[in-house]
Design a protein around this ligand. Structure first.
Ligand SMILES: CC(C)(COP(=O)(O)OP(=O)(O)OC[C@H]1O[C@@H](n2cnc3c(N)ncnc32)[C@H](O)[C@@H]1OP(=O)(O)O)[C@@H](O)C(=O)NCCC(=O)NCCS
Length: 161
């Protein structure tokens, strides 16, 4: 249900590496929200996320944004230049994908427009580092949010192996 946001101070800030633990915590909570059983998770999941973040910050223009409500951490998002899974032959000025991941808002702070504001910040950041298109993979919970933010379904085909 939509919650009233009147009177609550919602702030979004660009995070430094000091806040990496918040992103890790939210990213793991996101996998939990998908119903991923604990025994399917990598035992060193935290270290893996931290290593990914550090590499993306160094090489791919990673930015992390944190949302707070009345000073309490409420949500976060990460984005960076996307690495193509096939050879890139088009000049980045014409085609540079940016990838958005770990869009997470804590249950107590949902339906206040926080995710939408986080997505807008991520889009601004991707534009600022020269991206021409933003890409993400949506959860079911995220579909309406991304449609509202202007995302369209694209064709990715999959089959089980
Ligand atoms: C999906 C998620 C990020 C949405 O966060 P949020 O801050 O509650 O979203 P917002 O308040 O910004 O919602 C923006 C719009 O998205 C849609 N929306 C968001 N949550 C919805 C829900 N539970 N049911 C229906 N529509 C929803 C609405 O259209 C909403 O606009 P409105 O409130 O004006 O109607 C949050 O529910 C979450 O963290 N879920 C678990 C993790 C996850 O699935 N993340 C997405 C990964 S791709």
């Amino acid at each position: 249900m939509k919650q009233p946001s009147v009177g609550r101070a919602i702030e979004i800030r660009k995070a430094t590496a000091v806040a990496d633990d918040i992103l890790v915590q939210h990213y793991l909570a996101l996998w939990e929200s998908y119903g991923t059983p604990d025994d399917q998770m990598q035992p060193d999941a935290t270290a893996r996320v931290l290593a990914f973040i550090q590499d993306a910050r160094k090489h791919r223009g990673l930015a992390v944004f944190i949302a707070t409500v009345d000073g309490d951490v409420a949500g976060s998002i990460a984005c960076q230049r996307h690495i193509s899974p096939y050879p890139d032959v088009v000049m980045p000025v014409h085609r540079q994908y940016g990838y958005i991941w770990s869009v997470y808002v804590e249950p107590a702070h949902r339906r206040l427009g926080i995710a939408r504001r986080l997505v807008d910040q991520a889009l601004d950041h991707l534009r600022s580092i020269g991206c021409t298109t933003a890409v993400l993979h949506s959860s079911e919970a995220g579909e309406m949010l991304y449609e509202q933010a202007g995302f369209k379904l694209a064709k990715e085909m999959r089959r089980a192996l």
